[in-house]
Design a protein around this ligand. Structure first.
Ligand SMILES: Nc1ncnc2c1ncn2[C@@H]1O[C@H](COP(=O)(O)OP(=O)(O)OP(=O)(O)O)[C@@H](O)[C@H]1O
Ligand SMILES: [Mg+2]
Length: 330
């Protein structure tokens, strides 16, 4: 039977703040009961506004963070319970590309050392000439000249550094790539180059990819499926085209409406969006989207909607399949 390559099961994450002032103490609930599967060879986009928990979910998957509750499975095994060889195998196969290429690479070491580091750590290729050769091939595979290996990060442009970051992530020949906003710090033409590169790598190597972004235009171009996060809750999961054709959750609709329009007549007509609204404290006893929702009813104030599955897509909204009438809380 077809099994997911990786899976989040009821994953929750709470960050505790221990400030020196009493007001600095507290907790942030970054993820709530996340259930999500990643299928082999797919690109799943994770979208949502700033602070919705996207990077946290990525870091839980690459093992940098341990979830407060729930588990992350890789090939059916709990990542948190892996030891020794199995743990190394998972670390080798799950690699991450970061948003900020400047800080992702150590500025004090050459590109050569940056690329040799994962090769040495996982004993890949023959020490010496073999590893240097592989480092150069990796650079070529991301469209950079072999000689880049002798340069320092400060001598490269943002787009070139991002390619080195991708080469470094690919060095271990991973199965799963987590790309955390890999193009958002780059200009549009370099963005397009990097996206084409990721697309061809995915085709060639049949990479599975968790692609984190808040750019709904980029997401449509690159992903097979989309998972929408709002304040650490999954709101909706659907095939990309289905989601763009017919968003079921009102928050998904807000995200799609926030894509800038090329039609001058539409400018300035952006609907009210939670992205503009003041923050309202979250509660487990009501829909997290309640304060901004044009469809909310009394039900939404009394309990949290479940993430329910219908026709191969999942949505957390009591009114997902209602007609488009707008209601207000009585
Ligand atoms: N190490 C940490 N300690 C405390 N709180 C944290 C930590 N990391 C993340 N958070 C909090 O968890 C929440 C989710 O953060 P996260 O970085 O996952 O958001 P995001 O969706 O990636 O946002 P962005 O689009 O801005 O990158 C935020 O409220 C953030 O402040
Ligand atoms: Mg982030």
């Amino acid at each position: 039977m077809n099994a997911p390559l990786a899976e989040f099961r009821n994953v929750g994450m709470i960050f505790h703040r221990n400030g020196i002032f009493p007001s600095g103490r507290g907790e942030t609930r970054a993820l709530h009961g996340v259930d999500l599967a990643l299928w082999r060879g797919e690109t799943l986009a994770l979208v949502g506004e700033s602070g919705s928990g996207k990077s946290t979910l990525g870091r839980v998957l690459n093992g940098a963070l341990r979830p407060t509750c729930g588990s992350v499975l890789y090939k059916g095994r709990d990542l948190g319970g892996l030891r020794g060889r199995e743990k190394r195998d998972a670390m080798r196969n799950i690699r991450m590309v970061f948003q900020d290429s400047a800080s992702a690479l150590n500025p004090n070491i050459s590109i050569r050392e940056s690329l040799l580091e994962p090769l040495e750590a996982f004993g890949i290729a023959e020490a010496g000439r073999g590893r240097l050769d592989l480092a150069m091939k990796l650079l070529e595979s991301v469209g950079l000249p072999r000689e880049t290996v002798f340069r320092h990060p400060r001598e490269l442009s943002g787009g070139q550094r991002q390619r080195v970051g991708i080469a470094r992530a690919l060095a271990t020949d991973p199965e799963l790539l987590i790309c955390d906003e890999p193009v958002s710090s780059l200009d549009v033409s370099i963005q397009a180059q990097i996206l084409r590169l990721l697309h061809s790598l995915r085709e060639e190597k049949r990479l599975t990819c968790l692609f984190i972004s808040h750019d709904m235009g980029v997401v449509r171009a690159i992903s097979d499926r989309v998972c929408v996060l709002y304040r650490g809750h999954i709101c909706e999961v659907a095939d990309t085209e289905a989601l763009y054709d017919r968003p079921l959750h009102p928050y998904t609709r807000c995200l799609l409406d926030s894509i800038p329009s090329m039609n001058p007549g539409d400018r300035g007509k952006r609907p009210v969006s939670p992205l503009d609204a003041p923050s309202v404290p979250a509660s487990e006893e009501r829909c997290p989207f309640l304060p901004y929702c044009p469809r909310s009813t009394r039900d939404c104030t009394l309990r949290m909607p479940e993430l329910t599955e219908l026709d191969g897509r999942k949505v957390r909204c009591f009114h997902a399949y209602d007609s488009d009438t707008v209601r207000t809380v009585p």
